[in-house]
Design a protein around this ligand. Structure first.
Ligand code: ADP
Ligand code: MG
Length: 248
């Protein structure tokens, strides 16, 4: 975990509603370069919506999202450009089923970033090697296990050279034996200093890898603390109750 005090992402008083229903009720937090933040909280509390707001997949009603000091909540923000800096991996494998692994990975670097094929291919090869899947380069998604698909989805996001990665329960639909291989990739990224926000129900993993825990409930940040404090000495009844449900 390599952190310094440079604010990379600053969220201020973020409000998000779906029709009349407010699901994010004024969130404030800062992510520093190299920091790993785990967002925990019960189902429906707004974790996915928050991540989707951060990369423009949802519009927000009010508040500020700054990346490198630049305001993103403006009518003229180019989210296509922003998404190159904010990579995201979802719970469901979102690889294109009709394209093989390397074509999936190179789509963004070649089509969006207009990089040269040789250079992008070299980077893809390096990343595939790192996640242990260089030999599956020409496989199609249907030929891969869930854990392999998630590792490819991570490589695809990394190949855009993002400044921050958002992970939304990326192990939630995996069989237990595949959870580990994906968490190991994320842990290696943390060691290399990648800035990350992880939404996860893997509490042991969050405790081990995160620099900070954000605990949400009903659209609000209820606790924000270092992992040891959060797990051994939660401050609110809501967090205590949440933690008792898990056997970790
Ligand atoms: P979590 O990821 O913490 O389980 P979500 O962010 O998915 O929670 O959802 C937060 C709340 O917003 C839930 O009550 C959910 O039903 C609601 N919600 C999420 N997406 C939509 C949508 N597209 N339209 C309406 N309501 C939504
Ligand atoms: Mg969710």
């Amino acid at each position: 975990m390599i952190t310094n005090n440079t604010a990379l992402l600053t969220v201020t008083d973020l409000h998000k509603s779906f029709a009349a229903r407010e699901v994010l009720k004024g969130l404030d937090f800062t992510v520093h370069k190299g920091e790993v933040i785990a967002i925990l909280g019960p189902s429906g509390c707004g974790k996915s919506t928050l991540l989707r707001c951060l990369n423009g997949l949802e519009t927000i009603q009010s508040g500020s999202i700054k990346l490198d000091g630049v305001e993103l909540n403006t009518p003229t923000t180019s989210w296509i450009n922003v998404r190159q800096k904010i990579g995201m991996v979802f719970q469901s494998y979102d690889l294109f089923p009709n394209m093989n692994v390397i074509v999936n990975i190179l789509l963004g670097p070649l089509k969006v970033q207009k990089r040269t094929k040789l250079e992008a291919m070299q980077e893809a090869d390096e990343l595939l090697t790192r996640v242990g899947l260089i030999d599956r380069k020409t496989a199609y998604p249907r030929e891969l296990s869930g854990g392999q698909k998630q590792r490819i989805a991570i490589v695809r996001a990394l190949c855009m050279n993002p400044e921050i990665m958002l992970f939304d329960e990326v192990t939630a639909s995996l069989d237990p034996e595949m959870v580990r291989e994906v968490l190991e990739v994320i842990q290696a990224l943390a060691k290399q200093g990648m800035t990350m926000i992880l939404v996860t129900h893997e509490l042991n993993f969050a405790r081990r890898v995160a620099n900070r825990i954000i605990f949400m409930d009903q659209g609000k940040i209820v606790e924000m603390a270092d992992p040891e404090t959060f797990f051994t000495n939660p401050q609110t009844d809501r967090a205590k109750q949440f933690l008792t449900v898990f056997d970790f």
